[in-house]
Design a protein around this ligand. Sequence first.
Ligand code: ZN
Length: 351
Amino acid sequence: MHPLLETLLITPSPTGYESAGQAEWLKFVTPLADETLTDAYGSAAAMLNVSDEAITVMIEAHADEIGMVVQHVDEQGFVWVQRIGGSDPTIARARRVRIHTGSGVVSGVIGHTAIHIQDKDQNKPFAWKDLFVDIGVANREEALALVRVGDPITYADDFDLLTDDIITGRALDNRIGGYAIARVFENLAARRAELKVNVVALNAVQEEIGGFGARMMSYRFNPDCAIVTDVTHATDTPGINQREHGKVVLGEGPAIQHGTSCHPKLVAHLVAVAEARAIPHQHEASSVRTGTDTDSIFFTRQGIPSALVSLPLRYMHSPVETASLTDVDHLVALMTEAVLALDRHQRFSVL
Ligand SMILES: [Zn+2]
């Protein structure tokens, strides 16, 4: 596996606490870039400045992962939590977690009453307010010597390879996207002679809570168009109704999104490039929201023509998110070729 992907996947990056992962991402792109820029909240960008006369394309992913945060420490030293982003409480019990404190990692487990002594009502669906972390201490004082309110928490799971191709782990969403745009950026730097447009690669913070990093940076850069990547639901496992959610299959290539925020001409450009280069790809539709940074970028300022090309992912927002590394390669190829095929003065008007 590529060392950057491995590094990003073992570096915790919960929303609001993305700096360590961002530093690793910058380490990779900085030697390739004409310029890099970080903003006050920790979004990071790398630029290839080809010509003042040419348009600028932004390639974008988000850097943050979902998680939890310390909400309260009780008299017995149990740590009560709230979620960061769309963490699912129904899969949280009996899991090992890491609390990221100012002085290092504190390990814990999310308490789960044994099946033998559960009350009947303990089988009901759980909410985050019902869940506590046991960090092995005897009381509040001992707990507060280790953690404090506001410390972020992630699951202890890192990643594993199920086969040479299939990777599973916590928060592939969307550290795998940060990896993908770094590889696209590397390709574009290597093929600079073919590149007709300026490039901004943006690894944005705070997507999981509302697309805020992307909003700040699109306003700053005001690019002429944007190609965003994130994960999307693979719907090829049992119990998912494809009539309701569409058909996206792991291993059949990145999914090109069709929908209101996705600009028809830029989408058509992606499809044409994928077909011309025989890059495997799939299609999916959204009505109003894509649930990605695309929703923040496309209506920035006067409107930024945007497209979304997504990595199929099973079991999203769980500690066993599962994806295909071949899909990642095809995603990188599609984004690379799509940028290289943009004209210096490409226009996107639909009228
Ligand atoms: Zn995501």
